[in-house]
Design a protein around this ligand. Structure first.
Ligand SMILES: NC(=O)c1ccc[n+]([C@@H]2O[C@H](COP(=O)([O-])OP(=O)(O)OC[C@H]3O[C@@H](n4cnc5c(N)ncnc54)[C@H](OP(=O)(O)O)[C@@H]3O)[C@@H](O)[C@H]2O)c1
Length: 335
């Protein structure tokens, strides 16, 4: 079902041409997409900026096949058309959605199974800050990392979009959290979100701090978005049976580790990428997040942390804000 007669034929969209700094982002006119079978068309209210968008803009990102050239991994907005075979959603529904790309635009098509309702209590714009962080954290900390109530979690980059969600979710699901951050203000923000202890990694050694905080026991799960020597150092502060989950490897992917720690303490070294997963797997994850995470957001226990918003036409400034590293939480584009 569509409401084509109400839709414009063209829209604004953001592409990269050629790869480079923020000025490589071009706002161009494109046809409004038609939702394929199983997809909905969303009139975008807000789109999250993610670290991956910055790498993609620089031409340094391993883009999965089938990704559109329009940037953007998540949006919130209103459903304005339904592709064939879509059930469970109606035209007019406010939703947020996880995308493989295409979110920096006035309209985008999304697999219906990758949509979630805008949680009660949030504006449609705020909901654009949720899909990527909620899905990534649920998948990596709870499913892959297996974090349980009563266990200890070390979150690197605690003030990032991902970190702010990881701290809150872990805390509200009964885990104890320690986080790293690159300034005193960011460390303070981590504590305000529920971390028992925040380490300024520029002035303190996180291995020593995590050992002390845990009374020498070590932490059970580490969410790592740094890589390089953080992997060996992470192994050094895990408790027996601990799990280190890698999200990003900015400081290096070829590393030397003491495998004896893994063998001797039954540790797991693992990680994942969300973006290349098939639609069916993303749909499964979205359903799991709707069941486990959405009630916490609707109760007000967990909230999206939004640093700043930029109009779509000022997308380059949004990227500059992310690149400055001064942000705490998410940076959003508003259509
Ligand atoms: N694997 C996946 O599927 C997946 C999905 C989503 C995101 N990610 C990755 O997760 C990361 C966070 O994403 P985001 O969008 O929330 O980005 P973001 O807000 O830009 O976060 C990047 C974070 O990395 C932290 N960081 C950099 N160097 C550090 C160091 N030496 N020690 C501790 N922390 C350090 C920064 O902390 P300071 O600012 O305090 O220095 C910042 O909080 C990104 O690297 C992104 O690529 C991966």
């Amino acid at each position: 079902m569509t409401k084509d007669f109400e839709l414009p034929s063209s829209m604004r969209a953001v592409i990269v041409d050629p790869p480079g700094g923020p000025d490589a982002l071009q706002v161009v006119m494109r046809p409004v997409p038609k939702p394929a079978a199983g997809e909905v068309l969303i009139k975008v209210a807000s789109a999250g900026i993610n670290g991956a968008d910055l790498s993609q803009r620089e031409g340094k990102y391993n883009i999965p096949p089938g990704t559109p050239d329009i940037l953007g991994l998540e949006v919130a907005g209103e459903i304005v058309a339904l592709g064939d075979g879509v059930t469970g959603w109606n035209i007019g529904d406010p939703v947020c959605a996880l995308l493989i790309g295409g979110g920096y635009a006035d309209y985008c098509a999304a697999p219906a199974v990758q949509c979630l309702p805008v949680p009660k209590g949030l504006t449609i714009e705020q909901a654009g800050a949720l899909p990527e962080v909620a899905m990534t954290v649920w998948s990596n900390v709870f499913e892959i990392g297996g974090l349980k109530a009563g266990e200890r979690l070390l979150v690197h980059g605690g003030s990032s979009g991902i970190g702010t969600m990881a701290i809150q979710l872990a805390r509200h699901l009964g885990a104890r959290v320690i986080a790293t951050a690159g300034s005193a203000d960011k460390a303070k923000a981590c504590v305000a979100l529920g971390a028992e202890r925040a380490i300024n990694y520029k002035t303190e050694d996180f291995v020593e701090a995590a050992r002390q905080w845990s009374g020498g026991a070590g932490v059970d799960v580490i969410l790592d978005m740094v890589g390089g020597d953080y992997i060996q150092r992470g192994l050094e502060c895990l408790a027996p049976g601990g799990r280190l989950v890698m999200l990003a490897l900015k400081q290096g992917r070829k590393v030397e580790i003491d495998a004896g720690l893994i063998q001797g303490l039954n540790l797991s070294l693992t990680g994942s990428r969300l973006r290349p997963r098939p639609v069916a797997e993303k749909g499964r994850l979205v359903a799991a997040v709707r069941k486990a995470v959405w009630p916490l957001i609707e109760r007000g226990d967990v909230r999206p942390v939004i640093d700043s918003t930029f109009p779509l036409d000022q997308v380059a400034d949004g990227h500059r804000r992310m690149e400055s590293g001064a942000h705490i939480g998410k940076v959003l584009l508003i259509s």
